[in-house]
Write a protein that binds this ligand. Structure first.
Ligand code: ADP
Ligand code: 5GP
Length: 213
C-alpha cells in the first residue's frame, strides 16, 4: 500500500466564482493530482475536449451508467445530468493520488455520505460580491446573455449550501486563494486518516524503544 492515501478534494461554488481557474492552477502546482473528468449530457462548449473537460454522452448512456452503479455521485444541474465516474477515482486513490472534483453541492453531499467520505476534503468558493460574479461570467465570454442570466439565477441556490463544506474561501485575489488552497491541501494530507503507514511506523518505534530498555 502507498504511504499516503489519496484525498478526494471537492471544489464547489456558484458558476463563475473561479473553480475551473483554480483547479487548473492546482494541477499545475502538483501534477500528481488527478482530475475527475465528469460525465455530462450537456453539449460541449467551443474549445471543450471530450474526455478531457467532460465525457459528453447522451442521456440513455448516462442513465445506464448510473443504474450500473458506475457513478460515484450524480446530479441534475442547469437542466442537464452530471456525474463522476467511479472507476478512475478509485484507481487514483488506491495508488495514493489525490483526486480533484469540480462538482456542485449535491455531488459534494453524496460523496461526503459515501464510503469514501472519511477521505474527503471539501472547499466552497464564494465570490467577493454578486456584482463581481456577474462580471466574471461576462468576461469569461463563454455563455450567451440568456445562459449567464440562468447561471446568475441559480447562483443563490448553490451559495446557500456554503455551510456544508470543510473550508470556505472568498475568492477575491486569485493568488491569495490559490495559496490558501495549497495550505489546506497540504495540511489535510497530514490527517491521520490519510497516512496508512503510521501504524507500522509507530510499531517500529515501539520495537526500537523496547530493544533499548
Ligand atoms: P467557474 O469554473 O467557477 O465557473 P471560472 O474559473 O471559469 O469559474 O472563472 C470565471 C471567470 O472569472 C474566468 O474568466 C476567470 O479568469 C475569472 N476569475 C476567476 N477567479 C478570479 C479572481 N479571483 N479575480 C478575477 N477574476 C477571476
Ligand atoms: P458547467 O456546465 O458550467 O461545466 O457546470 C455546471 C455545474 O455542474 C457546475 O456547478 C459544476 O460544478 C457542476 N458539475 C460538473 N460536473 C459535475 C459532476 O460530475 N457532478 C455534479 N454533481 N456536479 C457537476
Amino acid at each position: 500500500m502507498s504511504n499516503r492515501r489519496g484525498l478526494l478534494i471537492i471544489l464547489s461554488s456558484p458558476s463563475g466564482a473561479g473553480k475551473s481557474t483554480l483547479s487548473r492552477r492546482l494541477r499545475d502546482w502538483d501534477p500528481t493530482i488527478a482530475f475527475s473528468v465528469s460525465a455530462t449530457t450537456r453539449a460541449p462548449r467551443p474549445g471543450e475536449v471530450d474526455g478531457q473537460d467532460y465525457h459528453f454522452m447522451a442521456q440513455p448512456r448516462f442513465k445506464q451508467d448510473v443504474a450500473a452503479g458506475e457513478m460515484l455521485e450524480h446530479a441534475h444541474v442547469f437542466g442537464n445530468f452530471y456525474g463522476s465516474p467511479r472507476g478512475p477515482v478509485q484507481a487514483a486513490i488506491d495508488g495514493g493520488r489525490d483526486v480533484l472534483f469540480d462538482i456542485d453541492w449535491q455531488g459534494a453531499q453524496q460523496i461526503r455520505n459515501s464510503a469514501l467520505g472519511a477521505h474527503t476534503l471539501s472547499i466552497f468558493l464564494l465570490p467577493p460580491s454578486i456584482r463581481e460574479l456577474h462580471r466574471r461570467l461576462e468576461t469569461r465570454g463563454q455563455d450567451t446573455p440568456e445562459v449567464i442570466a440562468k447561471r446568475m439565477e441559480k447562483s443563490w441556490d448553490e451559495i446557500s449550501h456554503w455551510d456544508g463544506y470543510d473550508f470556505v474561501l472568498v475568492n477575491d485575489d486569485l493568488d491569495t486563494t490559490e495559496a490558501r488552497l495549497k495550505t489546506i491541501i497540504e495540511a489535510t494530507r497530514l490527517r491521520r486518516s490519510q497516512q496508512p503507514g503510521l501504524t507500522a511506523h509507530v510499531r517500529a518505534l515501539q520495537t526500537e524503544f523496547e530493544e533499548m530498555q
